[in-house]
Design a protein around this ligand. Structure first.
Ligand SMILES: NC(=O)c1ccc[n+]([C@@H]2O[C@H](COP(=O)([O-])OP(=O)(O)OC[C@H]3O[C@@H](n4cnc5c(N)ncnc54)[C@H](OP(=O)(O)O)[C@@H]3O)[C@@H](O)[C@H]2O)c1
Length: 167
């Protein structure tokens, strides 16, 4: 199972001004790439705060929502709420035939997967903005060593950086 962490950042490494910040600042090029990467994998994994911020299921791929709230349930095939640990979530997806998964935030869920050494690749899109304060890519300490795989200009102002995690 190849696990990517995909995140849109400002030039000062922020992913949002605060937990309620709707991600409408990242631009069309980022959104296009997000759709392309997540649809290719077929599944994305996110925290419940991110899911609630987006406020709907994005079509054409499965959404796995990490939550500790056992009351959160779904009767849709493309939406799963889970209380399972990260490793078990990935094992279950592998058992369902997925070979790739994309972790798509937020900071807490990024940290959860990265701290356990479960991320193979980082896909960052850098938007031409700075927030100064706000949420960083990871909510807590991580120790990742990375190898640059690709850098690409997505449009006039947006960069995509891909790194493989050294592990
Ligand atoms: N720029 C970007 O690319 C990007 C991407 C995604 C999100 N964001 C932004 O990030 C912000 C949200 O980030 P966040 O760090 O506050 O929240 P988050 O990572 O999206 O979700 C955190 C929530 O997930 C649940 N959770 C935490 N640990 C868990 C575990 N071990 N197992 C199961 N569930 C667990 C908890 O909610 P329960 O109460 O449900 O248990 C927790 O409050 C929003 O502003 C969003 O717009 C930005």
């Amino acid at each position: 199972m190849h696990v990517s962490l995909m995140v849109a950042i400002t030039v000062d490494g922020k992913i949002a001004r605060d937990v309620d910040h709707f991600p409408d600042w990242t631009g069309k090029a980022d959104k296009r790439l997000y759709v392309q990467v997540t649809k290719k994998a077929g599944v994305m994994i996110m925290g419940s705060t991110t899911f609630d911020t987006i406020g709907r299921v994005l079509p054409g791929r499965k959404t796995v929502v990490m939550t500790r709230n056992a009351d959160r349930r779904s009767d849709r095939e493309d939406l799963v709420f889970t209380q399972d640990p990260a490793e078990k979530v990935l094992d279950r997806l592998a058992g369902q035939g997925y070979t790739e998964a994309v972790v798509v935030g937020g900071a807490k869920i990024n940290h959860l997967f990265a701290a356990k050494g479960l991320i193979d690749e980082l896909i960052l899109t850098v938007s031409p903005l700075a927030f100064g304060t706000g949420l960083s890519v990871f909510s807590d300490a991580v120790d990742l060593k990375l190898n640059l795989k690709e850098f690409r200009q997505l449009d006039e102002n947006t960069l995509c950086l891909r790194y493989l995690v050294d592990r």
